[in-house]
Design a protein around this ligand. Structure first.
Ligand SMILES: NC(=O)C1=CN([C@@H]2O[C@H](COP(=O)(O)OP(=O)(O)OC[C@H]3O[C@@H](n4cnc5c(N)ncnc54)[C@H](OP(=O)(O)O)[C@@H]3O)[C@@H](O)[C@H]2O)C=CC1
Ligand SMILES: O=C(O)CCC(=O)C(=O)O
Length: 476
C-alpha cells in the first residue's frame, strides 16, 4: 500500500487505485491511496502552516536538502527508471534517462537556491536607497501529467522548494508510482513537516481543490489544453498566479539541402520515441519537394523497422501507449487521417502481442495538408504526418500555421535558412538538425500561442514563477 504524504505523515485515503502496467495489464505495480477534496485541503493547510518558516530558512538548508534528494535519485536511477517504464510504458533506457534527468534537476536547483539575486539601485530621491529582492510566493500547487512521471514533478518541485515555497503535488492519477517514490525520498531529506505534501487522486476532485483554495498562491500545470484553460480561469478568478504547459503540434522542416540521415533520425526520434507521447514530439513533418520522395521512403523504412514491445524488453524501441483511452484517441485520429485522404505509408494498427497491453505500430502518413484535422490537433501518440512544401518560405509559413507554438525544428545544411528559421519560427524552442523532443534540464522550457501561458519553466528562469519581487525604499 502506498499512502498519501500530508504534513509529514503518511495517511490513508478513502479509496485505493491499482497502478497497472500498460505493457501487461495483468501486472499490478501497486495499490495507491487516493485523496479526496477534504484531504487535499488538509495538505494545503499543512503547506500553509509550514510556509512562513520555510520561506525564511537558510538557502544552505534548502540546497543541502535538494542535493540529498538529487543524489539518492541518481543512485537509484535503474530501479526507479524500471518502475517508471513499468507504469508509463516508455522503454527502460528512456525511463532510466528520465529519472537521471530528475536527479540532475534537483542538484541543479540545489545550487540555484544559493544564486538567487537581488539588485540595489540609487533612488531618484537623494539619500534614499532602492533594493529589489525576491521572496517565495507561498504555497504552490503542482499538477502534473502522466507522460513524464518523474521529470515533470521534479522540474516543478525542485525550484519551488529551492526558492522557499511549500508544495502540494497532485500527480496524474494514471502514474502515481514515480511521484510516490520521489515523495518517499523527499520525506527523508530533512524538510520540516508540511513543506512537501503528496495528494494522489482524480484531478476533478483533488486537482480542483488546489485550484479553488485561496491559500494556494500559485499553480503550475502541465497537461491538456482543456484542463489548462480550467486552471487559468480558476486562478484568474481568485488572483492566483499560474503557469501552463499544454500541447504541441510541433513542425519539423526538412529542406532539400538537409543531410538525409540526420533528418530521418531526428524525425524518427521525435515523432515516435517515447511512443510519441511528448508535447515536444514532431508531428508535422514539412518536407521540400526535391528531397520529398527520398525522405518519405527512408523514414517509412525506418518506421516500419521499429520494434514495438514490452517496455522492459531490451529489444523494444517503442513501448506501449499509456492506456486504453489514449490508444482509442490515437486510433481515432488514424481513422480521421485516412478519411481526410492522407496516404498511410506504414503502421497504424493495434498489435496483439503475447501479453495484454496497449501496443500500436507507429503510423506515418504522407501527402498531408495542413488544413486536415489530424494536422491541427494534438494526437499525443506515435503518429506523424508528412506535408509537402514548395520552398523554404512555404515550409516556414506552414510550420507557423498552427494554434500551438512549443517547439519547431529544421533540418538543413544552410546557415542562411537555419538563422532565418531561428528568428522567425513562432515557437518557444527551436531546434536545428536535432530532434524537437528531448530537451536540456538547465535552460528554459516553454512555448508560445496555445502551448503555454505564464513564465518559463526550468533553468534559472524558473525563479520568475516561484518568487515574487519586492522593491524596498530605505532612507538610512
Ligand atoms: N503537454 C503535455 O505534456 C501533456 C499533454 N497531454 C494532453 O492531454 C491529453 C489528455 O491527457 P490527460 O492526462 O487526461 O490530461 P489532463 O489535462 O486531463 O491531466 C493533466 C493533469 O491535470 C489533472 N486534472 C484533470 N482535471 C483537473 C481539474 N478539473 N482540476 C485540476 N486538475 C485536473 C489530471 O488529473 P488526473 O489525470 O489524475 O485525473 C492530471 O494530473 C493527452 O491526450 C494530450 O493531448 C497529456 C499529458 C501531458
Ligand atoms: O521532450 C522533452 O524532453 C520534454 C517533453 C515534455 O516535457 C512533455 O512532453 O511534457
Amino acid at each position: 500500500m502506498h499512502p498519501l504524504y500530508i504534513g509529514g505523515e503518511w495517511l490513508d485515503g478513502p479509496r485505493l487505485r491499482d497502478n497497472l502496467n500498460p505493457s501487461d495489464t495483468r501486472d499490478v505495480i501497486g495499490r495507491y491511496a487516493q485523496a479526496d477534496a477534504a484531504l487535499a485541503e488538509r495538505a494545503i493547510a499543512a503547506a500553509a502552516e509550514a510556509a512562513p518558516a520555510w520561506g525564511l530558512s537558510s538557502p544552505q538548508v534548502r540546497a543541502d536538502a535538494l542535493d540529498r534528494i538529487g543524489s539518492e535519485i541518481l543512485a537509484r536511477k535503474e530501479e526507479l527508471g524500471t518502475l517508471l517504464s513499468r507504469e508509463e510504458g516508455k522503454t527502460r533506457p528512456e525511463g532510466i534517462g528520465e529519472v537521471a534527468r530528475a536527479g540532475a534537476i534537483f542538484k541543479f536547483f540545489a545550487q540555484e537556491a544559493l544564486r538567487l539575486r537581488g539588485e540595489k539601485l540609487a533612488s531618484v530621491r537623494p539619500g534614499v536607497e532602492v533594493e529589489i529582492t525576491r521572496e517565495p510566493v507561498g504555497v504552490v500547487g503542482l499538477i502534473t501529467p502522466w507522460n513524464f512521471p518523474a521529470a515533470i514533478p521534479a522540474w516543478k518541485i525542485a525550484p519551488a522548494l529551492a526558492f522557499g515555497n511549500t508544495v502540494v503535488l497532485k500527480p496524474a492519477d494514471l502514474v502515481p508510482g514515480s511521484a510516490w517514490a520521489l515523495t518517499e525520498i523527499i520525506s527523508r531529506a530533512g524538510l520540516p513537516a508540511g513543506v512537501f505534501n503528496l495528494v494522489m487522486g482524480p484531478g476533478s476532485q483533488v486537482g480542483q481543490a488546489l485550484l479553488d483554495d485561496r491559500r494556494v498562491a500559485a499553480i503550475s500545470f502541465t497537461g491538456s489544453v482543456g484542463t489548462g484553460q480550467r486552471v487559468a480561469q480558476a486562478a484568474v478568478t481568485r488572483g492566483a498566479r499560474f503557469q501552463l504547459e499544454m500541447g504541441g503540434k510541433n513542425p519539423c522542416i526538412v529542406l532539400d539541402d538537409a543531410d538525409l540521415d540526420v533528418a530521418v533520425n531526428s524525425v524518427l526520434q521525435s515523432a515516435f520515441f517515447s511512443t510519441g507521447q511528448r508535447c515536444t514530439a514532431s508531428s508535422r513533418i514539412i518536407v521540400q519537394k526535391g528531397i520529398y520522395p527520398r525522405f518519405v521512403q527512408a523514414l517509412g523504412e525506418a518506421a516500419r523497422a521499429l520494434r514495438v514491445g514490452d517496455a522492459l524488453d531490451p529489444q523494444t524501441q517503442i513501448g506501449p501507449v499509456v492506456d486504453e483511452a489514449q490508444l482509442a484517441q490515437d486510433l481515432r485520429y488514424i481513422d480521421i487521417a485516412k478519411a481526410e485522404g492522407a496516404r498511410l505509408v506504414c503502421g497504424g494498427e493495434r498489435l496483439q502481442l503475447d501479453k495484454p497491453g496497449f501496443y500500436l505500430q507507429p503510423a506515418l502518413f504522407a501527402d498531408c495538408d495542413n488544413g486536415m484535422q489530424h494536422c491541427r490537433e494534438e494526437i499525443f501518440g506515435p503518429v506523424a504526418s508528412v506535408l509537402p512544401a514548395d520552398s523554404y518560405e512555404h515550409a516556414l509559413a506552414l510550420s507557423n500555421d498552427t494554434p500551438f507554438g512549443l517547439a519547431a525544428g529544421i533540418c538543413t545544411t544552410s546557415l542562411k535558412y537555419a538563422s532565418h528559421f531561428k528568428r522567425h519560427a513562432q515557437a518557444g524552442m527551436v531546434m536545428v538538425n536535432v530532434p524537437t523532443a528531448g530537451v536540456d534540464y538547465h535552460v528554459p522550457f516553454g512555448g508560445r500561442k496555445g502551448s503555454s501561458m505564464g513564465p518559463r519553466e526550468q533553468g534559472s528562469y524558473a525563479a520568475e514563477f516561484y518568487t515574487t519581487v519586492k522593491t524596498a525604499y530605505v532612507q538610512p
